[in-house]
Design a protein around this ligand. Structure first.
Ligand code: ADP
Ligand code: ADP
Length: 229
């Protein structure tokens, strides 16, 4: 069934009297458990789309319906609750808390969402079994990104929203992470939305949405998504 729907979504940024339309009448749907890649060149509006979907920014007009709820109508408290319950973010900036260990960073959400998190197991799944007691500054860039992925995955969100998730990862780790995301969408009904300019990721997707200049260029269903390896 449909979990995400964008209906005539417009997003404009204002700087003084200048208006920039970053999202121009965008319509699409995403099904529960789908692995979706949103592809487009720099400046196309990918981060804008992800921020709107994740409840980090508000639309200028149009509707964003997630699990039957109108995200565009949420107030700040409702948005905070929506993000905590439904959304796991994997962003380019890792946002790890420097004075907490990798394990503590991953288990951070335990008290916020009512989920039993086995941080050791999740760190193991991203190849960081032996790093759980290290602080972010003691980890490489790729390792820090994997901790942030582990943290997003740990609370078992309905949606995982990923901004260029393999950006800071060497190819071997990139494959590991993509496999993990694919498995989550296949077996756990987690809906995965990745925005990227990297067309290679599209081969792994169930659905590829291409955007350009804030508009949908095409939407393609992939009958035989490639298992990344
Ligand atoms: P992408 O992620 O595809 O590179 P973005 O969503 O970041 O694209 O940006 C889309 C357009 O909106 C770009 O022209 C960008 O300069 C502009 N933009 C993004 N964020 C802001 C902002 N906070 N204020 C003004 N313009 C912005
Ligand atoms: P990369 O080439 O991926 O950026 P680094 O060369 O930064 O990796 O780190 C290699 C290894 O050294 C990593 O496993 C990391 O955990 C460890 N490491 C890096 N910096 C520190 C540090 N300050 N203290 C302890 N271990 C560190």
């Amino acid at each position: 069934s449909t979990i995400i729907e964008f209906k005539d979504v417009i997003k404009e940024y204002r700087a003084g009297d200048h208006v920039l339309r970053a999202m121009d009448n965008v319509n699409f749907t995403i099904e529960e458990g789908e692995f979706v890649v949103i592809l487009g060149p720099s400046g196309a509006g990918k981060s804008t789309l992800l921020n709107l979907l994740g409840g980090l920014d508000s639309t200028t007009s149009g509707q964003i319906i997630v699990n039957g709820e109108h995200v565009e109508s949420f107030n700040d408290n409702e948005l905070t609750r929506y993000r905590a319950r439904n959304v796991g973010f994997i962003f380019q900036f890792y946002n790890l808390i420097p004075n907490l260990t990798a394990l503590e960073n991953v288990e951070l959400m335990k008290d916020i969402v009512d989920v039993n998190i086995d941080g050791e197991a999740v760190l193991d799944s991203v190849g960081l079994k032996d790093h759980s007691n290290q602080f972010p500054a003691q980890l490489s860039g790729g390792e820090q990104q994997r901790v942030s992925i582990a943290r997003a995955v740990a609370k078992q969100p309905a949606m995982l929203l990923c901004d260029e998730p393999t950006g800071a990862l060497d190819s071997k780790t990139g494959v590991l992470i993509l496999n993990l995301l694919q498995d989550m969408s296949n077996s756990k009904d987690t809906t995965v939305v990745i925005v990227t300019h990297n067309a290679i990721l599209a081969e792994a997707a169930d659905k590829v949405i291409r955007i350009k200049n804030g508009q949908i260029e095409s939407i393609a269903i992939n009958e035989n998504p490639k298992k990344v390896s």
